[in-house]
Design a protein around this ligand. Structure first.
Ligand SMILES: [Zn+2]
Length: 433
């Protein structure tokens, strides 16, 4: 599907994204890790499926306003878009809609939400895991948009995890809608849909679980709806497509538009280590993720292979995982990796991350782990395990008793693993021991 997308604009988009200022993203960090360790660089994003946005949200968090202000001043002088009468569209100031607004948009049909039912503003929850399969809420939203506003085209939802950017595409909870600002029909229909979504504090966007929208030099976030269309501090101005990112509830079709009911927030899977993917979603997470820990020194150097990685290391990993040796990390490799991780008792990320790298024997960990541990064992290594599990200091007594069993189980449950109370060698290494 993506090969059809190799257009002039898609190519220039990729070129632009090379100048992205978002060097602090986790995905980039992971690739940089692999590169500094002398591994074959992971493949660059396919030009046709280059991700894009959200991207901006991370910058906005780590990098204060200066960039946004500069961009907004430049954008204020900008003509961007063509209207049906042949006139140019001049971008209004930041805060206002970057598209022609129309009072008579039909909006999307079929909402189950009563007029007084609407979700509160969702938190910003960026992607953390490598889980690109298109989620069913995206599929349903896309079908409704395409049938109601037929001028645009589907630019897809799912992306390889080797693509850079925090766009939620890598979790299958984003969608790119190809509506070019220089195509008057597409531009008008984009305005109709986006106007309907963002009216009344974004009530319809919230009912659909839309987290943020990027279009025509601007970004609108349901979590910052009162600010309207803010400057998009992304190297890609998003003039040829709208980017939609969804909350987990929206992606899973669990919002009031679909069900008539308001569900509480789902914060998604939490990253355990910086630069490493989070475990695949194993269930609802009702609280915000704590900060991720630094990658333990005990691991020394390890690579990161995941959906979209190619090359001989992938083939090696595939043979160790018992997966088809194609040299391309695809969905079936991810499934084999997750199954192996479950057996080994390490975080089930579906990627060959640092813990898996060593568990597969693809590198020598600088590890103190000598034996597997279970109830009844005692020693310094039990104490180290208790510390790594962040058990209460008073309980770190070097004895593997009920409290340690409980701590191991709850750690495993939180990381998408079968919650038994044993600590295998690979499990201990996955804690950086
Ligand atoms: Zn996108």
């Amino acid at each position: 599907m993506y090969s059809k997308r190799v257009t002039k604009s898609a190519r220039s988009r990729t070129n632009l994204s090379k100048h992205s200022s978002m060097g602090t993203l986790h995905v980039v960090g992971a690739v940089a890790l692999a590169t500094t360790l002398g591994l074959a660089p992971l493949p660059a994003a396919n030009a046709a499926s280059a991700p894009v946005l959200g991207e901006a949200e991370v910058t906005a968090q780590t990098n204060p306003d200066s960039e946004s202000i500069e961009l907004s001043e430049r954008a204020n002088r900008k003509i961007s878009g063509k209207l049906p009468n042949g006139d140019n569209f001049k971008l209004p100031p930041v805060g206002q809609a970057p598209f022609p607004t129309s009072a008579n948009s039909p909006g999307l049909p079929g909402s189950q939400a009563a007029s007084n039912v609407v979700e509160p503003a969702p938190p910003y929850v960026p992607q953390t895991s490598c889980d690109p399969g298109e989620k069913k809420g995206i599929k349903a939203f896309k079908a409704l948009v395409m049938s109601t506003y037929p001028a645009g085209r589907d630019w897809g939802s799912s992306r390889n995890c080797t693509d850079d950017g925090t766009s939620e595409h890598l979790e299958g909870r984003a969608w790119d809608w190809n509506v070019d600002v220089n195509n008057p029909t597409q531009f008008t229909q984009a305005g109709q849909l986006l106007g309907w979504l963002t009216a009344d504090g974004g009530a319809n966007a919230k009912r659909l679980g839309i987290m943020y929208i990027g279009y025509n030099y601007r970004i609108w976030g349901a979590y910052r709806a009162s600010e309207g269309w803010r400057a998009l501090s992304n190297s890609n101005p998003h003039t040829d497509h709208v980017h939609f990112s969804f909350t987990w509830n929206g992606a899973r079709k669990k919002t009031s538009f679909w069900t008539g009911k308001v569900k509480s927030n789902d914060y998604g899977p939490c990253r355990i280590y910086q630069g490493q993917p989070a475990p695949l979603r194993a269930g609802k997470n009702s609280s915000p993720c704590p900060p991720a820990a630094q990658l333990p020194n005990a691991w020394g150097s390890a690579g990161l292979l995941w959906r979209g990685s190619t090359g001989s290391l992938v083939a090696t990993a595939q043979s160790k995982l018992g997966a088809t040796q194609s040299g391309t990390f695809d969905a079936s490799t991810a499934k084999a990796a997750a199954a192996f991780q479950h057996r080994a008792g390490i975080p089930a990320t579906g990627a060959v991350d640092a813990a898996t790298w060593f568990a597969l024997g693809m590198g020598e960990p600088v590890s103190k782990v000598k034996r597997s541990l279970k109830k009844g064992k005692r020693g310094k290594d039990v104490k180290r395990l208790q510390r790594a599990l962040r058990m209460n200091k008073k309980k770190r007594d070097g004895r593997y008793r009920k409290s340690t069993v409980r701590a191991v189980k709850s750690w495993k449950r939180a990381n998408g693993l079968r919650p038994n109370g044993r600590a295998s060698k690979s499990f201990q290494r996955s804690l950086g021991l």
